[in-house]
Ligand binder design. Sequence first.
Ligand SMILES: Cc1cc2nc3c(=O)[nH]c(=O)nc-3n(C[C@H](O)[C@H](O)[C@H](O)COP(=O)(O)OP(=O)(O)OC[C@H]3O[C@@H](n4cnc5c(N)ncnc54)[C@H](O)[C@@H]3O)c2cc1C
Length: 512
Amino acid sequence: MTKTAGDSTVTRRQLLGGLTATAAATLAAGAAAVPRSEVKSWDMRTAVLVIGSGAAGVSAAIEARRAGAHVLLIESLPRFGGSSAMSGGVVYAGGGTALQKALKVEDSPEQMYRFLTLAGALHPPLDKIQLYCEGSAEHFDWLVEQGIPYTDKLTLAKGLPMGDASLYFSGTELAWPARDLAVPAPRGHVPGVPGMNGGRRLMEALLSQADALGVKMHAQVDAHRLVTESDGRIVGVIATVDGEQRAIAVQRGVVLACGGFIHNRDMLRAYAPHLYECSVPWGNAADLGAGINMGIAVGAAALRMNEGFAIAPIYPPESVLSGIIVNTSGQRFISEESYHGVLGDAIAYHQRGRAWLITDRDSSYAFHQDNFLPVAKASTIGDIAAQLEFPKGALQQTVAYYNLHAANGEDPMFRKSQTYLRPLQGPPYTAWDLSTSQAFFPAHTFGGLHTTSDGQVLSSFGEEIPGLYAAGRNTAGIPTAPYIASGISVGDCTFFGRRAGRAAAAQRRVAG
Ligand SMILES: Cc1cc2nc3c(=O)[nH]c(=O)nc-3n(C[C@H](O)[C@H](O)[C@H](O)COP(=O)(O)OP(=O)(O)OC[C@H]3O[C@@H](n4cnc5c(N)ncnc54)[C@H](O)[C@@H]3O)c2cc1C
């Protein structure tokens, strides 16, 4: 018998649990699974079906095809490539990649593992990170083999290289506390093409490789429901093609690689409220959580749904890092030189989305900023504090303390490097608004389906859902909040996408 709220045997905990489940079910409503018995006939058949043509999906398709399976890849939008093609194309790789060796950069899987496990989130997915670090050098070779061009050039400038350098410090390795936790090494591997074109180049190479291997690719096919056999196995997908429902039979495995959910406002508010106010949803238009919801609809667990990449890109120029960043109490809360994902995380998740960069005469931006508006300008710090209505004397105390120690080359609170550390020393002083809703503050999501390191989707009870795999931002992978380096997401998509594709191709064949 179904218990109701009026039933005295329903505890408060059960009631609240029930409401939570109802909310999740409502969010995933359009993704309800279809029983096999309701599918009258199949319109298409394949051994492996990959849903989504970003870095995760195409890497999965390449490896499934190489393993000998017939592979169909479908994409809801007219163009292939997803957010991956919009990206900088940075892959976080290390432990002695061929490029690091060519450039005489010392690194080891152990130091890379220390950085990824100690400098970021609490309780990160250790098993996946270990595999990733141990396999990173081989994975870089694989990327090269797919035709992605890298140059033997290293840059030490902060930020994504806009020239043709292919190796740089893409994260927070050199900032405190990370630099004390692991030996810093440049691990951002980016295709050697000028401008913000790395992602496009990376995806061109992967897509042409998939095509050459014989992966069948169809655009404008929008998958929305999984088909389940009576024993729970996933045996097909319902998709919309030209406004018509089509049933695709899948004999070995479905790989969900539909990206994250930054454009789904309802999911964002429910799961990741800290990202809700961020002014720029960073991702392609189909980042709607469809794959995550299809998984939830068949009982998959979703992890880290609140986490994401919130970015406060205050540099370049690096000169502004000699300013200070303060919260609504007029107090510093981070080393200003931190990677912009670490800084963005601190503002979005820990300062209720509000912060200001205070610069002096020499650290100010030289030109008008589209990213951040100047919201106070004055000849004294006291006037800045008054204009921003900070608590009485707070900003003045912060600056006095900072200046006192900076004059001796010290930053007792956040150990800013000597490169950027000096007292604030002359007007005009300017406060730049870094708040999530007012500044240029991009964000995308990290939460997704719970998977094994081979991409097998797991239920809330830790059981494998037969025939269902996932990769990339459709899953809870190694990118966690705070995001400590560019390239962890595309690195995770390609590395674990490959594994998911191989595992799906190796599945026992079912009749379809
Ligand atoms: C401007 C920008 C720069 C970035 N730079 C970097 C970087 O340099 N390095 C890095 O690591 N990360 C970067 N990121 C983040 C990174 O691009 C993404 O996290 C990553 O590419 C996600 O890859 P994916 O394969 O999981 O998803 P995507 O690349 O988004 O691919 C998912 C695909 O699935 C399709 N799809 C969705 N729903 C359906 C459906 N129902 N049916 C069929 N198809 C569907 C989508 O249209 C899309 O093509 C950047 C992001 C942006 C926006």
